[in-house]
Design a protein around this ligand. Sequence first.
Ligand code: CP
Ligand code: NVA
Length: 310
Amino acid sequence: APSLKGKDCLSLSAFPLEAIELLTEKAMQLKKQQVAGKECQCLNGKSLAMIFDKPSTRTRISFEVGMKQLGGHTLHLHRDELQLSRGETLQDTARILSGYVDAVLIRTFTHELVAELAEHASIPVINGLTDLHHPCQALADLLTLKEEKGHLKGLKLAYIGDGNNVFHSLLEAAAATGIHLVAAIPKGYDPNETIVQQAVQTAVQTGATISFTRIPEEAVAGADAVYTDVWSSMGQEEEEEKRIQDFQGFQVNEKLMSLADSEALFLHCLPAHRGLEVTAEVMEGPHSVVFQQAENRLHAQKALLAGLLG
Ligand code: CP
Ligand code: NVA
C-alpha cells in the first residue's frame, strides 16, 4: 500500500489513487476495533493543533475524539489568541507549530491560505474545509457508501445542488474510486473547471464517469445514492435569498427520491436545512444514512491520521 506518512491532505487529488479506497478499508477496520473495545494506540503521544476560522460541530469533535482514541491529543487554537492576530506571519506560525506538534488541521476561507501554511510547515497539514475543498468529508462519504453497498466501483451517485467545496471533494473521491457521478447543478453554480478537468482525467484511469445536467430528475434516475449539500455555504450568508430562488427545483424530496433506485441511499454532509435543499421526510426517511455518515467522519479521519502520522 502507498504510504501517506508525512503528506499533507489539502485535497484528495494529492494522494495516490489507490490510497483513497484503502483509507476506507482502514477506517472500517478501526471502526470494528473500536466497537470491540480493542482500540489501537498508534498515535500514542502525538499532537494535532486545530485552527477554525469558521464554525464546526462534526469536524472539530470528531478530530478531537479520534486523536484521543488513538492515544494522541489535540490543541484547539483560537486565531484571536495567537500572535497571528497581531500580525505574526502565517509562514512563521507554520514553522513554530512544526517545532511543537505533529500535524495541524485548519478550516478557513481561501484554499491558498492552507496551501501557504502547508508550504512552510514541515508537518502534515490537514484541510478541515476551505471554500474549495472538504477532503475529510469525502472520505467519510466513501466509507458510508462502501459500508452500505459493499463496494464503490460502478456505483451510480447523483449529486444535486451547488458546485461547492463538498462537491469538489466528492468529485475527486468518485473519480478515484470508479464511481459514476451525475451532478445536477443550476446555471451559475458550476464547479471549478480545473478540478473537473483533473477529475475527468483521473476517471479515465479508474473507469469512473462524470457527467453534468441542469435537471435533477435526470441525475437521480436509477441512482444508488443521492447526495446534496446546503445552497448557501459558510461565508455566503448574504447571497442566501438569491440562492433560494436560483435553486428552486433542486430540493431533494420524496418525489425526487422515488426516481432513484428503490434501495437508494440519501447522503448529506450536514448541517442540513430542512425545507430548503432537503425535506424533513427525506432526512428522516428510510433511505437516509446521514447520521451514520456523520459518525463516519470519526472513523475515516482516524484512518487518515494513522496514515499521515502512524
Ligand atoms: N460536515 C461538516 O464538516 O460539519 P461541521 O461543519 O459541523 O464540521
Ligand atoms: N458547503 C458547506 C459545507 C459545510 C460542512 C459549507 O462550506 O458551509
